[in-house]
Design a protein around this ligand. Structure first.
Ligand code: HEM
Length: 555
């Protein structure tokens, strides 16, 4: 009995010691206040329930800068939008540790000489490479659209042959009637007209995720990895990768926080498929393989990284591009959900296409767009920014590598402890009613010629969906804009009645929130549309050709 009491006593003392050692924090002078939370788990539960509501509440109680806790990890939140640039420029707030954590915990590898590699690889999607990447993407997009449109042709051919049988039968019947009841030739023509109209009115139905995958993810995949010999590796296919990436992504937050992937059998299965990639030598030989992948692969080989590491890095690159896919999903959803949005975007696109159109007849119609042209559409631009505002769930996180006195734009100084995480949480700004009137309402034209204010002061960076470091933001924005112009020009899209979804607020932490559920939609090619062509004019007349309205705050 005495021994049990001693054991219990030791256990309780150990637990108390562990609690004070691991979880409890005594604030030092000048440190930001701690947000109230569970004595053991900290603020994890409040965060996962609804990160924005939790942080808005803590902001009201604690002020612009305060610290939250996830188990034994302390994160200081800087929730003053005017301090964004100071935060981004603070040299003691380091991103490398975060990038290492993602690479190690989520993708299971480590990048050698990471800063140099990411810095130089980032140039392969900017400057002149931005234009060539967009050119390749545009070519792949045209292919993907042709394939999607041909689905309707395939479907119509099947229906046609079925219908022709019916029509032949009807024809025989009608001929009999025609002879016996004198149905006019006009009556017969009308029946044939109705059959044609029925064919033209035929829609294809699909899940939106599938449709976005076929029309957008596929061209992105081919733009990154190029195309191999037909049938070379059946699993290295955009749709196979998309499906498995979708599975894997569900566990992103858990993996990032350090939970072992073995806890999630579905993620393990998905990774098993995603690991089936061509060898690095074969990858670089694929037709149209991107400069980014070629550069990264050569860099990693030079640094003696293994084939496995290269495969993992390819997945990281696909992961960052997957954000662009998610934005496109939401663009398509909002275009279909709200007829006012569709009408406004379509009007702008139709007008510019009409103005640029060349060719004598429908079969010859073509309109050329430069990067500048793509960027010069205020409605498309604002619509896209509103989608990013409405769906971004991103953290901008850094590790504090030295004890640091951080001064906000308003002059308050806080001591941030070495080893803590420091973060800006853009969704809190994006949902702030003082910055964005009725933030819960989707307003496609919110960003047209608009300035935004907080505490009476104009905000320099009102939308922070890409953080300060993302090298892919220009490419991403341009790919999405080009996609919107093309999809609106080429297809009619509708949601099936009653279908509805919303951003999944339980997934805050993902750069772009996934939908709570997928929706069923229908589409068909528009008749007699003008073919659109992207023209890479980099360097012509000394042009870097970005121009446009987006350069102010997003590009
Ligand atoms: C809508 C699409 C995208 C979103 C919302 C997005 C968002 C972000 C965010 C929030 C970060 C962290 C930045 C920070 O904390 O300052 C980031 C980093 C990064 N993004 Fe993107 N991104 C997108 C598309 C892309 C694309 C298309 C590429 C590649 C071409 C890309 C490449 C990267 C890389 C390499 C980093 C790490 C940068 C570093 O370590 O310095 N992203 N992105």
């Amino acid at each position: 009995m005495a021994a049990v009491t001693i054991y219990l006593g030791v256990l309780i003392l150990t637990l108390i010691f562990a609690y004070f050692k691991l979880f409890y924090r005594r604030l030092r002078k000048g440190e930001p206040p701690l947000a109230p939370g569970h004595f053991l788990w900290g603020n994890g539960k409040q965060f996962t329930e609804h990160a924005v509501k939790f942080l808005q509440g803590a902001h009201k109680k604690c002020g612009d800068v305060f610290t939250i806790r996830f188990l034994n990890q302390y994160w200081t939140m800087v929730l003053d939008i005017h301090s964004y640039e100071r935060f981004a420029k603070e040299k003691n707030f380091d991103f490398d540790a975060i990038q290492e954590q993602v690479n190690h915990n989520v993708f299971g590898y480590q990048l050698v000489d990471a800063r140099k590699m990411i810095g130089e690889a980032g140039q392969k999607v900017n400057g002149k490479h931005l234009f060539t990447s967009l050119e390749h993407f545009a070519e792949n997009l045209t292919e993907a659209f042709k394939e999607t449109a041909s689905e309707k042709d395939r479907m119509m051919n099947e229906r046609n042959s079925r219908k022709m049988n019916q029509v032949n039968t009807a024809h025989n019947d009608i001929s009999l009637c025609y002879e016996s009841h004198h149905i006019s030739q006009h009556g017969w023509d009308k029946i044939e007209d109705m059959t044609d109209k029925f064919m033209a009115d035929t829609w294809c139905e699909d899940q939106l995720r599938n449709l976005a995958s076929k029309t957008f993810f596929s061209p992105v995949f081919y733009t990154i990895f190029g195309r191999g010999q037909p049938g070379a590796n059946d699993n290295f296919h955009p749709q196979v990768f998309h499906k498995n990436f979708d599975q894997f992504h569900k566990y992103f937050n858990f993996l990032w926080f350090g939970m072992p992937v073995q806890m999630f059998p579905q993620a393990v299965n998905a990774v098993g498929v995603l690991a089936q990639q061509p060898s690095s030598a074969d990858m670089m030989q694929r037709e149209g393989c991107s400069e980014y992948i070629k550069f990264a692969t050569e860099f990693m080989l030079k640094h003696n990284q293994s084939e496995r590491d290269i495969i993992c890095h390819n997945l990281v690159f696909l992961h960052v591009n997957y954000n662009t896919f998610r934005v496109v999903y939401w663009c398509m959803y909002k275009l279909m959900e709200d007829q006012t949005v569709m009408a406004a975007v379509r009007k702008e696109v139709d007008e510019v296409v009409e103005a640029k159109r060349t060719g004598a007849s429908a079969s010859e119609y073509e309109a050329e767009f430069t990067t500048e042209d793509i960027n010069k559409l205020p409605v498309v631009d604002s619509f896209l920014k509103e989608i990013i505002r409405w769906t971004s769930g991103v953290f901008m996180v850094r590790k504090c590598i030295e004890d640091t006195a951080f001064t906000t734009e308003s002059g308050q100084t806080f001591n941030i402890r070495k080893g803590d995480k420091v973060a800006i949480y853009p969704p809190v700004f994006h949902q702030d009613p003082e910055i964005y009137e009725n933030p819960e309402t989707f307003k496609y034209d919110r960003f047209i010629d608009a300035d935004f204010y907080k505490n009476g002061k104009k905000i320099k960076h009102p939308l922070i969906g890409f953080g300060s470091l993302c090298p892919g933001q220009k490419l991403s924005m341009l790919q999405i804009k080009w996609f919107i112009i093309n999809i609106v020009n080429s297809f009619k899209l509708e949601l099936i009645e009653g279908e509805k979804t919303a951003p999944n607020t339980g997934m805050y932490g993902h750069e772009i929130l996934p939908p709570t559920n997928d929706v069923q939609c229908r589409f068909k090619p528009r008749e007699g549309v003008c073919a659109l062509k992207y023209v890479n004019n980099y360097g012509s007349n000394g042009s870097k050709g970005l121009g446009g309205i987006s350069s102010g705050n997003m590009l």
